[in-house]
Ligand binder design. Structure first.
Ligand SMILES: [Zn+2]
Length: 292
């Protein structure tokens, strides 16, 4: 299944150089040349990023007035496809096992879906008796509240000031690559998760087969993505902030239509087996620090 990625044309926007979000390094090497923009690679830790980087204001405005309604139509048009992909990803991450472990605790499990869009996944989880909260900065949040009666917050994660240990499971699918400060984001997720709570992050995989093959023309090397993580750099960020990595899954060897079906079949199987898939999901768990 091919789903077009939401992307806006490159505009001359305010941007500024920032230290590496993973290691604080300030030396970068050219990495991917795209049409009209580029990604660099941190010389110290290898994290691929857009640097200098557009400011949050410029990024957020893409999802707001003017673009806003287009974005909601885009989300609704692709909703069924996105939901199917998310469900497959969750199954791969061992969601059933997580769910039964949490349901054994006798209290209703609480999930936060960050970047929940129209809330389709939260509706499914609500039907499975989860207490559901969402965060969504685009106008899709309004739709989720009005049409689905979901508790969806329109502010960026940190600005909601959720109490510590509020959730048993935090989901962030195709979100972390859009953030200016993924390190602060992971810290906040750690704070709001209960000890032993799960964090499932899904993001494009720059260590995958397609990224290596297509380079600057890789479908995830777009202007909306500020960071392009590898299994190694994302695992390092999670570990640095106190998470234990429980499972890594990647999937998608070749996009539909780029190769004969038999070649695609073999590439997809190899991608899954060797971690070369185009998208990755890392399942991690909040370790309890001695100081907590
Ligand atoms: Zn670095």
């Amino acid at each position: 299944m091919t789903i077009k990625t939401w992307s806006t044309p490159v505009a001359p926007e305010e941007s500024r150089p920032v230290p590496c979000a993973l290691c604080g390094g300030e030396h970068f090497k050219p990495h991917l040349n795209c049409e009209g923009f580029a990604f660099v690679r941190c010389a110290r830790c290898g994290l691929v990023q857009m640097n200098p980087q557009p400011l949050f204001k410029a990024i957020a405005s893409r999802y707001q007035e003017g673009h806003g309604n287009d974005y909601l139509s885009y989300e609704l048009a692709n909703e069924a496809g996105f939901l199917r992909l998310q469900e497959l990803a969750l199954a791969d991450a061992g969601f059933d096992e997580i769910e039964s472990a949490l349901k054994n605790r006798q209290t209703q499990p609480k999930v936060l879906d960050i970047g929940c869009a129209t809330g389709a996944l939260l509706v499914n989880l609500r039907n499975r008796l989860w207490a559901c909260t969402g965060v969504e900065i685009s106008p899709s949040a309004e739709y989720a509240r009005r049409e689905r009666n979901l508790d969806v917050r329109s502010l960026p994660l940190e600005e909601n000031h959720f109490p510590g240990s509020s959730f048993d499971l935090v989901l962030a699918s195709h979100l972390i690559e859009h953030l200016n400060n993924p390190a602060l984001f992971v810290e906040e997720v750690y704070r709001i998760l209960a000890p032993g709570g799960y964090f499932l992050v899904t993001t494009p995989n720059i260590s995958g087969f397609q990224a290596r093959l297509f380079k600057g023309r890789w479908r995830s090397a777009i202007f909306d993505h500020l960071y392009l993580f590898s299994v190694k750099t994302l695992s390092a960020l999670l570990a640095e902030k106190g998470f234990a990595i429980e499972r890594v899954r990647t999937w998608g060897g070749l996009a539909a239509g780029t190769a004969p079906a038999a070649v695609k079949y073999i590439a997809d199987r190899a991608a899954k087996r060797f971690g070369w898939g185009d998208v990755m999901l890392i399942r991690s768990i909040k370790k309890v620090r001695l100081a907590d």
